[in-house]
Design a protein around this ligand. Structure first.
Ligand code: NDP
Length: 328
């Protein structure tokens, strides 16, 4: 048969991983023709719980799942990885300063970046989900000098999907009829969800909606604050929808985007749209043959430019902070 694809998942006994692993094993991410080896990483304290997750994976008797390895050693977890999903991160706990959070995550993503550099497959593709996702990806990328920078990405696909969902609700259209929404900047509440290029059944979204007040005072803050709204409602952060976004991100990166549509991914800036080179920032991208391309030549309205710049400024602050801590 076909050689299995090695998929490494960190934070593998956490909530998001619980929404991810069974769908990966079922073929939702890489297709029903791709056998998979799962390599699962956890901190030592969570390995026992991860053993339970591995038992449940076994009990799925998934035809595509050729092996499951669990470990607390990044050098073992990333061995031969073709796809690496970096979900585990240190959450902010009570009394923790922002600098403590950056320091804790800086250490984790330095470690994971250097393990990827040392032992992953040459074709490895990395998606960082754990927050602060963009800056964690920046740290991993800078600690993996032998891996092309284009292989380090962070998740804004959930934000992208949330934007589609809000626009669908407003217009009564099906999500499938909506194309070309975009998320710019940081995966934080400064992100800019952009409808200026979006279409609803082929018509410009902002013509269909024709309500500038909704755009500015409803749509944008609703997408930006959606994660907080879910925590309030559920008493726990979004997990299944984040997992779904991660699956969509990798699937489209590997298998390509559709026709005239694009998706949002946080990727290493090449200086496009005045985003400083080397920052991991979200852009609209298309994917073909396992490579993404930032959509070129879009007209950016002044309304959008201000908001993109604000989010990029936040990313620059985060970069300066982790530079000062010596992580990049
Ligand atoms: P989750 O699985 O719910 O979340 C994992 C990470 O994803 C968090 O950083 C979370 O950020 C982030 N995230 C990114 N986007 C979203 C989104 N849209 N919605 C929700 N979360 C999002 O966390 P758990 O605590 O359940 O699991 C984390 C696991 O990671 C634990 O099992 C822990 O043992 C492990 N871990 C591993 C470490 C390591 O590898 N060294 C270090 C620390 C933990 P946010 O916190 O902002 O919600």
């Amino acid at each position: 048969g076909t050689t299995p694809v090695t998929v490494t998942v960190t934070g593998a006994s956490g909530q998001i991983a619980y929404g991810l692993l069974f769908r990966i094993a079922g073929g939702a991410m890489l297709g029903r023709d791709a056998p998979i080896r799962l390599r699962l990483l956890e901190i030592p304290a969570a390995v026992a719980s991860l053993e339970g997750v591995a038992m449940e994976l076994e009990d799925g008797a998934y035809p595509l799942l050729s092996s499951i390895d669990i470990t607390d050693d990044p050098k073992v977890a990333f061995e031969g990885a073709n796809i690496a999903l970096l979900v585990g991160a240190r959450p902010r706990t009570k009394g923790m300063e922002r600098s403590d959070l950056l320091a804790a995550n800086g250490a984790i993503f330095t470690d994971h970046g250097s393990a990827i550099n040392a032992v992953s497959d040459d074709d490895v593709k990395v998606l960082v989900v754990g927050n602060p996702a963009n800056t964690n990806a920046l740290i991993a990328m800078n600690n993996a000098p032998d891996v092309p920078r284009s292989r380090f990405t962070a998740l804004t696909r959930l934000d992208h999907n949330r934007a589609i969902a809000q626009l669908a609700k407003k217009t009564g259209a099906a999500a499938a009829d909506i194309e070309r929404v975009a998320i710019w900047g940081n995966h934080s509440n400064t992100q800019y969800p952009d409808l200026f290029h979006a279409t609803v059944a082929g018509r410009p979204a902002l013509e269909v909606v024709d309500d500038p007040d909704w755009l500015e005072h409803d749509f944008i803050p609703t997408v930006q604050e959606r994660g907080t709204a879910i925590i309030k409602a559920r008493g726990a952060s979004s997990a299944a929808s984040a997992a779904n976004g991660a699956i969509n991100h990798v699937r489209d990166w590997v298998r390509g985007t559709d026709g005239s549509n694009w998706v949002s991914m946080a990727v290493c800036s090449d200086g496009s749209y005045s985003v400083p080179e080397g920052l991991i920032s979200s852009f609209p991208v298309t994917c073909t043959d396992g490579e993404y391309t930032i959509v070129p030549g879009l007209d950016i309205a002044e309304f959008s430019q201000q908001r993109i710049s604000a989010s990029v400024a936040e990313l620059e602050h985060e970069r300066a902070a982790v530079e000062e801590l010596g992580f990049v």
